[in-house]
Design a protein around this ligand. Structure first.
Ligand code: ATP
Ligand code: MG
Length: 259
C-alpha cells in the first residue's frame, strides 16, 4: 500500500466531497407518515473517513441513500461535489451514481454468475469506461484478491466477497464511497480487514468514505462520527475511539430514557 501513488479521483477538485443542507425526507402520508430526515445539514470533506451511528430507525440509511442519489429527497439539498442531486434527471442521476459514487452494502451485492474480476470491473464495463490497468492491479493487490479473481462469489468466503465489493467500489476512483453497515455480515476478523482497507483507501489513496455502523469498534476506524437520532444530527465527534463512542452511546441512551 505505501508504494501507492495517489491519483486524485477524476472529478474531485472541491474540498467538500458531499454536502447535505437542511435535508428532509418524509415517507408515506397520513397515519403512515414518517419523517425519516428532519433538516440534516452536514459536510463530508475530501479524504475523510466518517462513520454514521444512531439507533435503529434514526435515519442513517435514509441519509446515505439521499446523499448518494439512491433515493429522492422531500426538501433541502444534497450535493456530490458541486452537483446538486435534487434537480437531476433520472438519467443524469444514474450516470452520477455510476461514475462518481462507490457503494458497499451489508449484503455484498455481487452478481453470482460473474467471477471476482468481472464483478470488480462491472460498473466500468457498463459505463463503457476502460479501467486504468495499473490502478486496477493496485486495488486488487490492496484487497488481497490476486489469487481469487477467477472465483465466483459462491466460491468465496463472506469476507472475500466483501473485499470484491470494496475493490469494485474503489476501481472507478469515485469521489466518495458510501457503505451501509459494510461489516454487518462479517465476523470480527474479516470486518477488521475491510475496515482497514477502507481506512487505507482514505489515508493512502485520498478516498472519501462515509460508513453507517452500529459497532463502536468499527466507528473507531473512522476520523469522525456523526450521531443521528430521530432524523437529526445530535452530535459530531472527532477522533473517535471505541471507548469514547461507547460512552457517548450510553450517555445518549440514558438521556433518551430519562427525558
Ligand atoms: N421505504 C420506506 N417507506 C416508509 N418508511 C420508511 C422507508 N424507509 C425507511 N422508512 C422509515 O424511515 C425511518 C428511518 O429509516 P432508516 O432505514 O433510515 O433507519 P436506520 O437508521 O438506517 O435504521 P437501522 O439501523 O435499523 O438500519 C424509519 O422510521 C423507517 O421505518
Ligand atoms: Mg439502516
Amino acid at each position: 500500500m505505501s508504494t501507492f501513488a495517489a491519483p486524485p479521483p477524476a472529478h474531485a477538485t472541491a474540498a467538500v466531497a458531499a454536502r447535505a443542507t437542511d435535508l428532509t425526507k418524509v415517507y408515506g402520508e397520513g397515519e403512515t407518515r414518517v419523517v425519516a430526515l428532519d433538516g440534516v445539514s452536514v459536510e463530508f470533506r475530501r479524504a475523510e473517513y466518517t462513520a454514521i451511528m444512531g439507533p435503529s430507525g434514526s435515519g442513517k440509511s435514509t441519509l446515505m441513500h439521499c446523499m448518494a442519489g439512491l433515493d429522492t429527497v422531500s426538501g433541502g439539498s444534497a450535493r456530490i461535489g458541486d452537483t446538486e442531486l435534487t434537480n437531476l434527471s433520472d438519467k443524469r442521476l444514474t450516470q452520477l451514481r455510476r461514475d462518481r459514487v462507490g457503494f458497499v452494502f451489508q449484503t455484498f451485492n455481487l452478481l453470482p454468475t460473474l467471477n471476482a474480476l468481472e464483478n470488480i470491473r462491472l460498473p466500468m464495463d457498463i459505463a463503457g469506461r476502460k479501467p486504468d490497468p495499473a490502478w486496477l492491479e493496485q486495488v486488487i493487490a490492496t484487497v488481497g484478491l490476486a489469487d481469487r479473481l477467477k472465483h465466483r462469489p459462491a466460491q468465496l468466503s463472506g469476507g472475500q466477497q466483501q473485499r470484491v465489493a470494496v475493490a469494485r467500489a474503489l476501481a472507478g476512483k469515485p469521489e466518495i464511497i458510501f457503505g451501509d453497515e459494510p461489516t454487518g455480515n462479517l465476523d470480527s476478523r474479516a470486518g477488521a480487514e475491510i475496515l482497514g482497507f477502507l481506512r487505507n483507501s482514505v489515508r493512502e489513496l485520498g478516498q472519501t468514505v462515509v460508513m453507517v455502523t452500529h459497532d463502536p469498534v468499527a466507528a473507531s476506524y473512522a476520523e469522525r462520527v456523526i450521531f443521528l437520532a430521530d432524523g437529526r444530527i445530535v452530535d459530531d465527534m472527532p477522533d473517535p475511539t471505541a471507548e469514547s463512542v461507547l460512552e457517548h452511546m450510553k450517555r445518549y441512551d440514558a438521556k433518551g430514557r430519562t427525558s
